[in-house]
Structures are given as C-alpha cells and as structure tokens.
Design a protein around this ligand. Structure first.
Ligand SMILES: C[S@@+](CC[C@H](N)C(=O)[O-])C[C@H]1O[C@@H](n2cnc3c(N)ncnc32)[C@H](O)[C@@H]1O
Length: 191
C-alpha cells in the first residue's frame, strides 16, 4: 500500500464553487486535484494499491478530509474538472461516509491524521535524504503540503512524530510532480 496525505491550507470545504475557476475561487483546489490525478492515474487504468487523503483546511468548515481509495474508485477521469465535480459531491454530503465509490468524507484534523499514520509517515521536503537511497518500509505514508509551506504549528506537530524526511530531488517541485516521482521510485523497487 502507498499512501499520500496532501494538506490544502486554504482549500474550500463547501461545495459552492464553480467548475470554471478552479484555480481562483477554491483556495487552490486545483493543486489538490492534480495530486489526485498523479496519485491514481496510469496510462490505462488506476493505481489500486494507492490511497490519498486530501486535508481541506479552508473555509467555511475545516477540517474536512477526503479519503480516496484506489481499489474502490469509480468515475475518476484524468481531467481536473470532472474530479472537481466528485469533490463537490463529497463536500455536499454534509456528513461523514462514502460519497461516491472510493471517496470517503471524514472530519478529522491534521493532528488526528498525523497520529493515525505516525508509524509509516515519511515527510517529503526538498532538504531531505535522497529518495533513491531512502528506506521506506512496506506501507509508506508520504506527507506533502500544497503551494504553501507547513505552518509553524503544523511543523512542530510533524516534528513531534519525527518522520524521516525525504527529498525526491534537489529542486522545489509541485506536490503533484513529487507524487509521480515517488510512484516511479516505488514502481522500480516493486514492479
Ligand atoms: C510547491 S511545494 C511547497 C512550497 C515550496 N516550499 C516552495 O518553496 O515553493 C509543495 C510540496 O511538495 C513537496 N516538495 C517539493 N519539492 C520537493 C522535493 N524536492 N523533495 C521532496 N518534496 C518536495 C513538499 O512536501 C512541499 O511542501
């Protein structure tokens, strides 16, 4: 199993957004939608061995976690717009549980997520140990931020868990690109 947690610091927690301005009025939900694509999309199929938690921390009702389960996912297409429609449906649910196949809504805060995956957590950060030489365990849970760095409080909470810090390369990349590189490394290790 491969897991990714991506924190959307301003990503909206309401379904009241249009599909025509995903990079504008949604608290950069577009960044997270691209992470969904990178986490699950193969050229011909979906990665069934992968799960993704999107932690939405924007207004009006944070925190909301959207949990994507690769083995259960249906109706997921490569484009951001149709994935945004699935996210909108999940946010419209208004209570915890499954919204569409493979997408589950949870009201869990960042600390709860950290605790749940503390045993397998790997922090992705550009100043970390080289991914190519990192010991990752069998079920790693990779933690990334969106377009913003983790807040001071979040960084302290992560430090308290003390995960290994791993870099996919020397340059600061977009979160979705990091996910692709992690998948590629794991594919090479365990095809
Ligand atoms: C766009 S970056 C965040 C902002 C970034 N610190 C900057 O200077 O623009 C999004 C996330 O991708 C991950 N990331 C970016 N580059 C990375 C790298 N070279 N190795 C590992 N993780 C990386 C980190 O988790 C980071 O929080």
């Amino acid at each position: 199993m491969r897991r990714f947690i991506v924190v959307g610091h301003q990503a909206v927690t309401t379904p009241d957004f249009g599909l025509d301005d995903l990079a504008g009025a949604t608290g950069r939900l577009d960044v997270l939608l691209r992470c969904v694509n990178s986490a699950f999309m193969l050229s011909h199929g979906l990665r069934e061995d992968t799960e993704l938690h999107l932690a939405l921390l924007g207004p009006p009702g944070p925190p909301t976690v959207l949990h994507f389960v690769g083995a259960e996912l249906r109706h997921l297409n490569p484009d951001e717009r149709s994935t945004a429609a699935l996210v909108r449906k999940a946010l419209a649910r208004g209570k915890e549980g499954r919204s569409t196949p493979g997408i589950h809504v949870r009201y869990q805060d960042f600390h709860g997520l950290l605790q749940e995956f503390s045993e397998t957590l790997v922090l992705l950060r550009e100043d970390g140990q080289d991914l190519r030489r990192a010991e990752l365990g069998l079920d790693p849970t990779f933690l990334l931020s969106d377009h913003r760095d983790f807040s001071r409080e979040e960084a302290a909470a992560i430090q308290a868990v003390g995960p290994p810090v791993v870099a996919v390369g020397p340059r600061a990349l977009h979160a979705d690109h990091c996910i692709v590189l992690v998948h590629n490394e794991l594919d090479r290790r365990r095809p």
